[in-house]
Design a protein around this ligand. Structure first.
Ligand code: UT7
Length: 323
């Protein structure tokens, strides 16, 4: 049975680091409130001239270097993003060009904060179906471009960045002992569209718009849905939570992450945390966390890793893989 295994990871964070205290003289907020309610301490913001594709190219180059591969050996590029440089062409084709790739195919995928989980499921299906042998997956965002800087309920939460993963086909036995992606679980429910959305777009206002969120309602859905989706994917993989070595959650809020870990009976030592330093980077948050933890040598071959995320849509899901 064909499996999609992780060959390498990489990431890029813009140079500019903004501490929570930066917001204190602009808004009625405090470092203390942001830390206590979210776990966020700082975030990176892209420079004015940096676009999402620039971040994505740098993360992709790092992932290729970590994989020991050249761009010429990649069959497909998928970019998960909600903050594309332009309405079209896709960020993925810009990354493809930036890497000097003249072959294969590239496209964007938009499922907001769940985008990277959707992209992993998408690439897994393509690899297992034989459409591609090596897929470069990137989560890249410049959410600083869609912030309402007068809304303290949202603008302190998000950051910019990009992470990338190279997935490669490998033969497995079709058992839960295989390396690679073992199971995925994707969900969405469009009746919750008003809980988290951007109030602009091509066919509505003709502008990019600003992010709007009913944070406390999203919070409740997150706590309820994230552990459920992780449990479903683990069931499909034929594994239980005792066998999980690492939880790599979407990095939106430390309290959501802690509640999910608790519902899964996982100690926090098994949870990869980057939210303090990155804030919420939407589709980039999981590949960033994967890459940071991998660079620290935390994942050992054979480790079971569960990634989960929820965001606008609502859209949510999870992936179980063996490193
Ligand atoms: O990545 C996509 C998924 N998104 C998420 O997972 C985000 C989920 N939501 C959250 O992380 C949390 O709901 C927030 C961090 C956004 C907010 O935390 P909360 O504990 O749910 O607070 P709240 O929205 O219930 O607001 C509590 C109070 C309010 O004041 P009043 O009405 O009680 O006087 C807010 O106006 O906190 C106020 N508040 C702030 N105060 C200081 C909201 N933002 C701020 C702020 N500084 N930045």
């Amino acid at each position: 049975m064909r499996r999609a295994i992780v060959r390498g990871t990489g990431h890029y964070l813009p140079e500019r680091v903004v501490e929570n205290s930066w917001f204190e003289d602009k808004l009625d907020t405090s470092d203390e409130w942001i830390r206590a309610r979210t776990g966020i301490e700082r975030r990176h913001f892209a420079a004015e001239e940096q676009r999402t594709s620039d971040l994505g190219i740098l993360a992709a180059q790092a992932a290729l270097a970590d994989s020991g591969l050249e761009a010429g050996q990649i069959d497909a590029v998928i970019v998960a993003t909600s903050t594309p440089d332009l309405t079209f062409p896709s960020v993925a084709t810009m990354v493809q060009a930036g890497l000097g790739m003249r072959h294969g195919f590239a496209y964007d995928l938009q499922a907001v904060c769940a985008g990277f989980v959707y992209a992993l499921a998408n690439a897994d299906a393509m690899i297992r179906a034989g459409l591609a042998d090596r897929v470069l997956l990137i989560g890249a965002e410049t959410f600083s471009r869609i912030m309402d800087w007068t809304d303290r309920g949202t603008c302190v939460l998000f950051g910019d960045g990009a992470g990338a993963v190279v997935l490669e086909a490998a033969e497995g036995q079709g058992t839960s002992a295989d390396r690679g992606i073992l199971a995925t679980d994707l969900n969405s429910d469009g009746q919750y569209r008003d809980l988290l959305y951007v109030d602009g777009g091509v066919a509505s206002t003709g502008t990019a718009g600003h992010l709007r969120m009913q944070g406390n309602l999203v919070f409740r859905h997150a706590v309820e849905k994230l552990a459920d989706t992780a449990h479903r994917a683990l069931d499909r993989a034929g594994l239980n939570t005792d066998q999980v070595d690492w939880l790599v959650p979407h990095q939106a809020n430390l309290r959501i992450i802690e509640a999910t870990a608790k519902r899964m009976h996982l100690p926090m030592e098994k949870v990869v945390l980057t939210v303090a330093d990155h804030g919420n980077t939407s589709a980039a948050s999981i590949p960033l966390a994967l890459s940071v933890a991998n660079a620290q040598g935390r994942f050992k071959p054979g480790d079971v890793v569960v990634a989960e995320a929820i965001g606008g849509g609502l859209a949510w899901g999870s992936v179980v893989l063996r490193w």
